[in-house]
Design a binder for this molecule. Structure first.
Ligand code: OTU
Length: 649
């Protein structure tokens, strides 16, 4: 069979049946050209998922119409951006890129108010702003907006779609790309699809996984993981109205979509294109690991999930090629990297680096970090990591058990230790986190808390201990220093840069008190920003520490942006010979090299001068202290929690 020729015939037939009359002649030509360019792949992917169904081509025809509609609604400016991005597609590997994630209400509190925050973002060098889910969602608990009732409507408390589009333009003008969430594993139970299902509409009941009795749910539950055991056991919720069990991986009000149904794929593609057309540069694929269910498996990271995401990506290539995907797979490291491909997700959170940096903070040891990064840091050259330290969620200890065993670490016991340590239950711990999603059956648990509270700033301030305050600040700076320099887009979690502490006020809110992640979803007020950015009379220990965090991070970001080595360069994770130290080498095609060395203990450490061999005899300067290397062979000495960025050029 000649696949290319057959796909061409198929496309010709589909186009002859499609109504493109709504498109201008120019759009029609451009759309057809894109479709021709990508159709062979689209057909192959779509038929891998739906080819066995009698109505596959009916839905494929419908998908072409969805794509045409998306193309029609894409404005001129965005189409120009698409053209530009085809010429320079790898912007995300640049040293200029610095990300921030924030909640509109915690930072704004409205979309309109965010305009005033642009100068602040610019002062920090932010070029990529992820606005946490801002769509219409149920009143009360909406899982922080991750239960979407209408993808096309902004939560009225935050503003309107017109205001969001206006903000996207203003951000773009300021050199800041907007990133939005694509919550496509589930909708809220108030989404029109769910409402229709509730009213008995068969078509929409088929949008979800509904079961008449417990037979299948019981079978699935033998192998699937419980995500929020603190609010509800299992993964299914009985719905009284329909008298059916609904698949709800997360909260009871978040109904998993059934991607075995091509009607769902097409409908969600239409929503995805709507989001792309708002004017965002990227979509964060929420909970993407869960989108395909297969009996007898854990229903995460299934091969078909990858095929589906590639199919979505292919649709974007046709309609909005400047928009990239960011994978949010907080899963086993071997599974995380499988999503990272130019034609699947160009960007991915780096949960392993995040978790293991915290591990090194607790243990003061870097062997697990070093070994794991040597195994898992490499991803294709045309993709990139998004390196984060904290986010709106909990910290899960997703390291590879096999690597831990190799290092003589019992992974189960070690996770227990980490949870004890970061919740402050371990004697001598500096951290003040809160346990999250404790599973009474497995004893499994995750940790919440802000950067500052987990790094010991809260404890040190409680004790008014200046020396410990300095140590806590050094920890915070070290963690972010790695994210700025190791390779990828560093992602600040808004409030981290201001050193804000845990906020326990969620415990007084009925809609939030059962979800401890709210402890690290902290409002960033005008005063919080003013205190650290402007002169202030109040010279308390707390304000001084926060200023220190802010100005140091700002300085490190400035250094990152001033040297191309931090951008499109390779990363090699090195063995330092010192169990408390972590090191890596960045190198690029301009024969520049950057050697980063970090000390994860509070005590001074030495690293043998042998490590400097990677600089091949070149001398170097520490970009942070401006100090030069005394010799290319002498040992390196680092103060407690110090990092050095040795640039040889
Ligand atoms: C994501 O996280 C979001 O980041 C959460 O805020 C949402 O609650 C959730 O999806 C549902 O929309 O379980 O604890 O393995 O860890 O997708 C967070 C991946 C989560 C999951 C992740 C999910």
């Amino acid at each position: 069979m000649n696949y290319a020729a057959d796909s061409q015939t198929c496309l010709t037939r589909l186009l002859s049946q499609s109504d493109l009359s709504g498109l201008t002649a120019q759009d029609k030509a451009a759309f057809t050209a894109r479709l021709e360019q990508h159709f062979e792949r689209l057909l192959s992917l779509y038929t891998q998922v739906y080819g066995h169904q009698y109505d596959c081509y009916y839905y494929l025809q419908q998908l072409v119409n969805v794509l045409a509609e998306g193309f029609k609604n894409r404005n001129k400016q965005l189409k120009q951006q698409d053209k530009k991005s085809v010429d320079s597609p790898l912007w995300y590997r640049g040293e200029q890129e610095v990300g921030m994630a924030c909640y509109v209400d915690l930072m704004g509190p409205t979309i309109e108010d965010l305009h005033d925050k642009i100068p602040y973002l610019k002062s920090l060098g932010v070029t990529y702003l992820h606005l946490m889910p801002l769509y219409a969602s149920p009143e009360g608990d909406s899982d922080g907006g991750y239960a979407v009732s209408d993808y096309r409507k902004v939560n009225p408390a935050l503003g309107t779609m017109a205001q969001l589009k206006k903000l996207a333009k203003a951000l773009d003008k300021a050199g800041i790309r907007m990133i939005l969430d694509f919550v496509f594993n589930h909708t809220s139970d108030e989404h029109p699809w769910a409402k229709a299902a509730l009213e008995g509409d068969k078509r929409h009941q088929n949008f979800y996984y509904l079961f008449d009795d417990r037979t299948l749910p019981d079978q699935f539950e033998q192998t699937v993981r419980e995500i929020f055991p603190q609010v509800r056991r299992g993964s299914f919720t009985f719905n009284d109205t329909m008298q059916k069990w609904v698949w709800t991986t997360f909260n009871s009000f978040q109904w998993d979509l059934n991607y075995r149904n091509p009607d769902v794929f097409n409908a969600i593609t239409a929503e995805m294109l709507f989001l792309a057309n708002i004017g965002c540069a990227g979509l964060r694929l929420d909970a993407l690991a869960f989108i395909w269910k297969e009996m007898g498996t854990d229903c995460e990271n299934q091969p078909m999930a990858h095929t589906l995401i590639q199919t979505f990506n292919c649709c974007l290539q046709i309609v909005a090629p400047s928009v990239v995907f960011k994978s949010e797979a907080i899963v086993h490291p071997d599974e995380v990297v499988k999503y990272v491909r130019k034609d699947e997700c160009q960007l991915s959170y780096n949960p392993l680096l995040m978790a293991l940096l915290w591990n090194s903070m607790a243990t003061r040891k870097t062997n697990l970090l070093t070994r794991s990064m040597q195994k898992s840091f490499a991803i294709p050259q045309d993709t990139t990591w998004v390196n984060y330290i904290r986010c709106h969620d909990d910290i899960g200890w997703t390291f590879d058990d096999a690597v831990a065993w190799d290092m003589g670490v019992n992974p189960h016991d070690h996770r227990y230790f980490l949870n004890q340590f970061f919740t402050g239950r371990f004697e001598g711990s500096f951290a003040q986190g809160v346990p999250f999603a404790e599973n009474p059956t497995t004893g499994d648990c995750r940790v919440c808390g802000t950067l500052a509270s987990l790094c010991g700033l809260e404890q040190a301030l409680d004790e008014q201990d200046q020396a410990q305050v300095d140590v806590a600040v050094a920890r915070m700076v070290l963690l972010y220093g790695v994210s700025f320099s190791i390779g990828g887009i560093p992602l600040l979690y808004s409030s981290d840069e201001l050193g804000l502490l845990n906020d326990h006020s969620y415990l007084d809110d009925e809609a939030k008190k059962h979800d401890d992640r709210w402890v690290n979803r902290v409002a960033v007020t005008h005063d919080d920003i003013a205190h650290v950015t402007q002169g202030c009379d109040e010279d308390s220990l707390e304000i001084t520490a926060k200023k220190q965090v802010f100005t140091t991070l700002q300085k490190l970001i400035f250094i990152r942006k001033s040297h191309r080595i931090f951008g499109d360069s390779r990363t090699q994770i090195l063995d330092t010979g010192n169990q408390h130290c972590f090191a890596y080498l960045r190198s690029n095609s301009y024969n520049e090299k950057l050697l980063v060395v970090c000390n994860f203990s509070e005590h001074p450490q030495q690293i043998s001068g042998q490590l400097l061999q990677v600089l091949e005899g070149q001398t170097a300067n520490d970009l942070i202290t401006s100090q030069s290397l005394d010799s290319t062979t002498a040992p390196l000495t680092l103060a407690g929690y110090q990092q050095q960025w040795w640039l040889a050029e």
